[in-house]
Design a protein around this ligand. Structure first.
Ligand code: SAM
Ligand code: SF4
Length: 326
């Protein structure tokens, strides 16, 4: 089968597809004032999504992550999952969600074909969680995670953004949390975006700090699979869960890049922090445009840069991660 490859030999088995820019949270590093609708065209509909996923699957893509904004705000999410699951070649469907709707909706998504769940939870402390996200909804999220375990979901991961002065003393609590739970926590180093420069200066914490603490506590780096993404995964014999560290400012971060993004309005984004988007939506309207769509995707991939310009403070087009699909 054809494999999507860029000019640096990186392969792309993995697409992150944003379903919406809207969100019901106000995370302080992402949408501190909440989502503001701007009256521009609506987000991709189910048929457009299926045409897009079919094209990527033809090119060897086998995993799709649904993200946003908050993807669970899409009323047709269950239908989207079922239709994407029916595309030949798609083996994994993951979602990244803030988790508020898990208790009500997860069984339906799971039945429709969802295989992996990432839930964002920046703090284990309810009051801090409330302060960071603007919403006191941690109990539902914990309930949702327990439900995912009961349903036997293939992969359950929690995302926590590292925030200096806000949640940087919780590593011992996370380790206790992981002792008996077979889930993975991903600590993500805060990324600077177009909108959060002052916040970044106050709260950015290098991921190395956490890595040093993990090593000191006896956690060890798991050997990386050849097709592993950018997270470095640590395990400990006394703990059922694992800890991943995502360090976008690390020197070799972009070498491991195995993902492409498509925004909720159908723009292909080659890098989270790239300078341009490639409109695919005009080619998602008819089955007849399939060859032109495949040609546009493969040609554009040849233009993917070796790495992002975050070290130089370049954030590309990205005002916040909700706008592109984090
Ligand atoms: N709303 C969903 C959620 O929060 O899980 C999905 C979209 S959100 C943009 C995806 C992930 O990006 C979340 O785990 C969030 O914490 C993370 N994120 C958002 N802004 C970020 C930033 N500036 N730096 C690092 N991670 C960020
Ligand atoms: Fe919403 Fe996710 Fe951004 Fe938080 S991180 S504001 S939940 S899109």
């Amino acid at each position: 089968m054809t494999q999507l490859t860029d000019g640096f030999g990186r392969r792309f088995p993995y697409l992150r597809l944003s379903l919406t820019e809207a969100c019901n949270f106000r995370c302080s590093y992402c949408l501190p004032d909440g989502y503001q609708a701007d009256g521009r065209p609506t987000f991709l509909d189910v048929d457009e999504i299926v045409r897009l996923v079919r094209a990527f699957a033809t090119l060897g893509m086998h995993k799709i992550r649904l993200t946003g904004g908050e993807p669970s705000l899409r009323k047709d999410l269950e239908q989207i999952i079922a239709r994407v699951a029916g595309v030949p070649g798609i083996r994994k469907i993951a979602i990244t969600t803030n988790g508020t709707l898990l208790p009500r909706r997860l069984p339906g998504w799971h039945r429709a074909g969802l295989t992996a769940l990432n839930v964002s939870m920046d703090s284990l402390q309810r009051d801090r969680f409330h302060a960071i996200t603007g919403h006191d909804r941690q109990p539902e999220i914990l309930q949702g995670i327990a439900l995912a375990q009961e349903l036997g979901m293939e992969s359950i991961k929690l995302n926590a953004v590292l925030l200096r002065g806000l949640n940087d003393n919780e590593l011992p609590a996370w380790m206790a949390f992981l002792r008996d739970r077979p889930v993975s926590v991903r600590f993500i180093e805060l990324m600077r975006t177009g909108d959060n420069a002052a916040y970044f200066e106050r709260h950015h914490l290098r991921a190395d700090v956490v890595v040093d603490q993990l090593l000191a506590a006896g956690w060890r780096l798991r050997p990386r699979a050849a097709d592993a993404g950018p997270a470095r995964e640590y395990t400990h014999p006394d703990h059922r869960g694992s800890i991943g560290v995502i360090a976008p400012y690390a020197r070799d971060f972009c070498q491991g890049c195995n993902r492409l993004r498509v925004t909720a309005r159908g723009d292909l984004r080659l890098c989270l922090f790239g300078e341009f988007g490639v409109p695919l939506r005009p080619l998602l309207q008819h089955e007849d445009d399939r060859d032109a769509l495949l040609a546009r995707i493969t040609t554009q991939l040849g233009l993917k840069a070796a790495g992002h310009g975050l070290h130089q403070g370049q954030t590309g087009l990205t005002p916040n991660l909700a706008s592109i699909g984090g």
